[in-house]
Design a protein around this ligand. Structure first.
Ligand code: NAD
Length: 380
């Protein structure tokens, strides 16, 4: 099987779908790996290293796309990249097909089979292929470092001859994968951490990381698959009132809250941010999904006129491209192992739970029922 890795072309994307170690292992399993020259540079994998690991380096994107039996990518393909896809090949990539059914349709139109990495089911069996989790882990860690860097204060408590410095107070909103990593990172830096989530089941996990869980007496919004449901209007109001007190006394607020298929919930309205001390920081990991903070400017970092720095930088995993790529690459390797037979040939069994969840297009059609449904609604 020829596995092809193009260079990512979305501005600011430094990750690569396969790192050198994975290339070595896949070549060891008798696959041929073709890589576009420079594809690994952002993740510190040079052409020379990749070649030494057994990859063939091609200088043009067209040659890489044209060689692929299976094309592995990070970012959803751009229109130019879609036009390069080879008929009959398989694309494995982030694709967000429920939010972007047009892309799924364009890929189907190229007679390309799409496996969307963001649709891997959140089950125990699929955990090793779960790029949403691996990349959210990186984002949670990075968000805390951004907060620590922007905050004009120390995170840890220090008792020195020059006086005692109190620890920074960090509030994490949303205690899913990114939020739990943010809590752990802020604790390692010595901050006092509080966290809140609408799913009460995470209370124990929050506490086991040494943070305090903020209890708000509203409905439990645990939905299916470990995700949250949207709150009722009344619950949203009650939540906002209770959170305002905790936000006002925090030096840094890290927001990570998301609800699948919807705009990120608004947790920090402008007036709540206004009540924070001058010098405080908000890092909004949900910036790309519309943001949890009303003042977030997606893709930007700025200081408000009342002195709070709001950080809405996008694609935090790309800022730590070496390990983000290593984890993404490992997730892809596990997926490839799951969908190939002992001779290394691709076998996409649509009745397999993992394949069923992420198989979006095949034979020129959108075959994933939920994606087909949104695609149809979009046309209507
Ligand atoms: P996510 O990115 O969709 O959401 C992040 C967090 O925001 C969630 O914890 C959610 O409850 C929370 N949230 C939503 N609305 C909120 C609001 N109004 N206020 C406060 N918080 C709000 O979720 P995720 O981090 O990708 O995953 C969530 C959970 O799914 C995990 O904690 C885990 O339990 C489960 N999961 C399971 C597996 C597995 O079994 N393989 C893998 C990944 C995740």
């Amino acid at each position: 099987m020829i596995i092809a890795i193009p260079r990512e072309t979305v501005p600011g994307e430094r990750r690569v779908a396969l790192v050198t170690e994975s290339v070595k292992r896949l070549v060891g399993k008798k696959h041929e790996v073709v890589v576009e020259s420079g594809a690994g540079l952002g993740a510190e994998c040079s052409d020379e290293e990749l070649r030494a690991a057994g990859a063939r380096i091609e200088s043009s994107a067209a040659a890489v796309y044209g060689a692929a039996d299976v094309l592995l990518k990070v970012q959803p393909p751009t229109p130019e990249e879609v036009s390069l896809l080879k008929s009959g090949s398989v694309l494995v990539s982030l694709a967000y097909p429920l939010a972007n059914p047009k892309l799924a349709r364009a890929i189907a139109g190229r007679q390309v089979t799409l496996l969307a990495m963001d649709m891997v089911p959140r089950t125990t069996l699929a955990q090793m292929m779960d790029v949403l989790s691996s990349q959210a882990t990186i984002a949670g860690y990075r968000a805390v470092l951004l907060a620590a860097e922007a905050l004009p204060k120390l995170f840890p408590m220090l008792m020195t001859a020059a006086g005692t410095i109190p620890p920074a107070k960090v509030l994490v909103l949303g205690a899913g994968v990114a939020g739990l990593q943010a809590i752990a990172t802020a604790r390692r830096l010595g901050a006092v951490v509080e966290a809140y989530d609408v799913r009460k089941v995470v209370k124990e996990q929050v506490e086991s990381l040494g943070a305090r869980f903020v209890n708000i007496e509203i409905e439990d919004a645990a939905g299916s698959g470990g995700y949250a449901k949207e709150l009722s209007e009344e619950a949203k109001k009650k939540q906002a009132e209770a959170l305002a007190v905790h936000v006002a006394k925090s030096d840094a607020v890290i927001t990570t809250a998301q609800v699948p298929g919807r705009r990120a919930p608004l947790l920090l309205p402008a007036d709540m941010v206004r009540r924070m001390k001058s010098g405080s920081v908000v890092v909004d990991i949900a910036a790309e999904q519309g943001g949890n903070c009303e003042l977030t400017r997606p893709g930007e970092r700025y200081r408000t006129e009342f002195g709070v720095t709001v950080i809405g930088e996008k694609n935090l995993p790309s800022q730590l491209a070496v390990h983000a790529s290593a984890m993404y690459s490992r997730n892809l390797e596990k997926l490839l192992a799951h969908v190939t037979d002992k001779d290394g040939a691709l076998k996409l069994d649509a009745s397999d739970e993992i394949v069923k969840g992420m198989l979006i297009t095949r034979g020129g059609d959108i075959i994933h029922p939920a994606v087909a449904d949104v695609a149809l609604k979009e046309v209507a």
